[in-house]
Write a protein that binds this ligand. Structure first.
Ligand SMILES: Nc1ncnc2c1ncn2[C@@H]1O[C@H](COP(=O)(O)OP(=O)(O)OP(=O)(O)O)[C@@H](O)[C@H]1O
Length: 233
């Protein structure tokens, strides 16, 4: 049976001043789906991330989250859908400096009212950061902060995890571990996984990859970027 889409973008365009940053972008992610959006720096990835996460609104086009048309909703209603449906991993983490790693990860639970410390502890264990619970972000490495941000994104067991370069700060070994965990979680809990990245090595981990180039989305790698990643034999 086909699963219902959790995220659907239809004909999204974003113009900022004279520039067209996204041009007629459409995509659909099933509630148990996984999608990698790849594209070079400046192609519009973060802009698309913000639109898909209802953090900003498109110039034209629509976004449906679990069947609800969200692009026309008021800011407050969008915030509620965001809180109840989407887990965010931001490129720059956005951890709160005067909260510990554990308190940062618990924030989404504190916003909805119920702490589930057992789940948070599981997340810290899986992400190999259990020894860092009482440390403040200022004392953590980039890769450690990134994993705290991942734990926070998963704290409320979101329907869809939206990740902007989730492994950008990690070494290859930790990247594999974190990806393996995200994909396992995706399998076992039907959390849809949408990852945005410039990193071609993530492609082999994902069922489906689409390519963003100059604000347009393609199903196949544009020939110039494919060429630039050809490895010599
Ligand atoms: N508010 C804005 N006003 C004008 N131009 C913008 C605005 N936001 C983004 N842009 C431009 O749109 C393009 C896409 O930006 P975006 O941040 O989405 O790219 P990206 O693919 O995420 O890049 P990176 O991988 O380097 O983070 C860039 O050229 C950027 O300068």
């Amino acid at each position: 049976m086909m699963s219902k889409p959790v995220l659907e973008a239809h004909a999204i365009s974003v113009r900022r001043g004279p520039s067209e940053i996204l041009d007629d972008v459409s995509l659909s992610v099933a509630s148990d789906g996984q999608l990698l959006v790849r594209g070079p720096s400046g192609s519009g990835k973060t802009t698309l991330f913000n639109i898909l996460g209802l953090l900003s609104t498109p110039t034209s086009g629509s976004i449906c989250v679990s069947g609800t048309e969200a692009s026309t909703l008021k800011r407050k209603q969008r915030a509620l859908i965001r809180r109840d449906t989407i887990g965010f991993i931001f490129q720059d983490f956005q951890l709160v400096p005067d909260l510990t790693a554990f308190e940062n990860a618990a924030l989404p639970q504190d916003h909805t009212g119920e702490r589930d410390e057992e789940w948070l502890e599981t997340l810290f264990e899986e992400l190999a950061i259990s020894h860092l619970t009482t440390q403040y972000p200022g004392t953590l490495s980039g890769g450690e902060k990134q994993r705290v941000a991942i734990a926070r994104a998963l704290a409320n067991r979101p329907d869809v995890l939206l990740a902007d370069e989730p492994t950008g700060q990690l070494d290859p070994k930790t990247t594999s571990r974190v990806l393996e965990f995200l994909l396992r979680l995706h399998e076992s809990t039907d959390t849809a996984l949408v990852t945005i990245s410039h990193d071609p090595s993530l492609e082999r981990e994902f069922d489906q990859t689409v390519y963003l180039e100059n604000g347009s989305l393609y199903d196949d790698a544009p020939s110039n970027s494919r060429q630039s990643h050809v490895q010599p034999l």
